[in-house]
Design a protein around this ligand. Structure first.
Ligand code: GDP
Ligand code: IMO
Ligand code: MG
Length: 423
């Protein structure tokens, strides 16, 4: 059996959580492979809304084994809080949730460092979620991080103190106050005791043995391809590989064992935090999109920047991920517009039109070139099949398929599980 991968093709928040939950009945395992509590994945069913940050989105399906993989950076405090918050769902964590011993631990000073680095950048700040993601991956690559397996070792406290000293030196360089540290540490060590009670495993064996015994695995991406540390709009990115290749390193699965790659995109674009966004709308249209799409961050509550769909960016994401099926989300948000724009090219300051995300483009003021399409301008609330789609929405889907050369197999018309149309 091969492992399928589901990931965001834009700047995150495409609706990954909803779709993992929708697809979960077809799988036996759901696994997170990168990122950490910077993610906020929303699921809605039976009139209730849940936002998951670190727990994979298969957790509400009792037959699913949910894996937090080695590529993830894990905040024990947030994990404990998340699990406590799901108390009423009688989820059997011993059976349904496992954590890789090779996942990296976010310690309290990683969060302080995140804040110190952002403050020092002034108006060049990345707009990080301040969950400690960048500093933790920095320590992982710098070979000084703590991993989940370390918490079982008798000298965990000494290992912790060693890393803490290193962080304190850096924080004093930035003159960053440590007043909150004692309180954060108390919660951290309490949460570490809790994490010890979870099922901590060598997840690469579990994943590969599952594939060998023909079990179906879905890898759940966090963030989006345009936030990838190699291919996103660097430096305005997150610190992990958010792409299909990240699922290989983040779970220990060989590239030859990747099956379908489901690429999720919104029918328009959003971004939280700083960085280039060529189709961003600063006017009433952007404001209307934000209001209609309820575009406020699931993790930080910040208003999301909104703009029209960007085809050069989408084509780039499809290319680097090897997307085999596209899922278009939040089509209903465009109901309010009589006319819809789609960016087909960027016009460079020289007047040249390109449809590629070359290295230089991050620092350029580019002008989006738009194709205009007639909007459907009606509610999709009661639409339950593709045949019931208004003709303008069918045209939108067909045009995108023609341009992107990948079939759009799913269109989402609302946040609830049931508002999902398969084609
Ligand atoms: P994720 O990070 O990719 O899982 O996405 P988020 O959960 O951060 O943001 C997506 C938001 O859109 C959530 O509030 C979802 O409930 C909501 N959502 C998902 N699909 C749809 C849709 O088709 N229509 C509308 N209106 N909202 C949706
Ligand atoms: P999900 O999984 C949207 C953005 C932040 C910031 C940049 C770096 O819900 O799609 P970081 O905290 O990683 O150092 O922030 O990345 N960002 C996200 N934007 N959705 C996310 O996750 C994000 N995770 C990080 O806003 O611009
Ligand atoms: Mg999100």
């Amino acid at each position: 059996m091969k492992m399928d991968v589901l990931l965001g093709l834009q700047w995150g928040d495409e609706g990954k959580g909803k779709i993992v939950d929708v697809l979960a009945p077809q799988y036996e395992v759901v696994a997170r492979f990168q990122g950490g509590p910077n993610a906020g994945h929303t699921l809605e069913f039976d009139g209730i809304k849940h936002v998951l940050h670190q727990i994979p989105s298969g957790i509400f399906r009792s037959q699913i084994l949910n894996i937090i993989g080695n590529g993830v950076v894990l905040d024990p405090i947030i994990l404990k809080r998340e699990i406590d918050g799901l108390g009423k769902f009688s989820i059997d964590y011993q059976k349904n949730l496992v954590v890789s011993k090779k996942a990296t631990i976010i310690i309290p000073t990683h969060k302080l460092l995140d804040a110190a680095y952002e403050q020092s950048k002034g108006d060049k700040k990345i707009g990080s979620t301040l969950k400690g993601i960048g500093p933790t991956y920095q320590d992982k690559i710098g070979r000084s991080a703590l991993r989940i397996g370390d918490i079982l070792s008798p000298d965990f406290r000494e290992k912790y103190e060693l890393l803490l000293d290193k962080h304190k030196t850096t924080l004093s360089f930035y003159n960053f106050p440590l007043d909150q540290l004692a309180e954060m540490e108390a919660s951290f060590f309490e949460a570490i005791e809790f994490v010890k009670t979870l099922n901590l495993i060598d997840s690469e064996y579990v994943v590969n043995e599952a594939l060998a015994s023909n079990k179906r695995i879905l890898a759940e991406g966090a963030q989006g391809s345009l936030l990838d540390v190699d291919f996103g709009s660097y430096p305005f990115v997150t610190s992990s590989n958010t792409m299909t290749a990240g699922a290989c390193t983040g779970l220990g699965v060989a590239p030859s064992r990747i099956g379908q790659v489901f690429g999720i995109f919104k029918a328009y674009c959003t971004r939280v935090g700083s960085g280039p966004f060529p189709t961003e709308l600063f006017d009433a249209t952007g404001e209307a999109m934000r209001k209609e799409g309820n575009e406020f961050g699931s993790t930080t509550g910040r208003p999301r920047r909104c703009g029209w769909l960007d085809l050069p960016a989408l084509k780039y994401s499809i290319m680097i991920n090897g997307v085999t099926e596209l899922f278009m989300m939040k089509a209903d948000v465009l109901n309010i517009f009589e006319e819809i724009n789609i960016c087909t090219h960027y016009e460079l300051p020289t007047g040249e039109k390109v449809d590629k995300l070359m290295f230089e483009i991050t620092d350029m003021e580019v002008k989006p070139v738009y194709k205009k399409m007639k909007g459907w301008h009606c509610s999709l609330a009661n639409v339950r099949s593709y045949d019931e789609f208004p003709v303008e929405l069918k045209d939108y889907v067909s045009y995108l398929e023609e341009e992107l050369k990948v079939p759009i197999k799913l269109v989402s018309v609302g946040p609830d599980r049931v508002q999902t149309i398969m084609r």
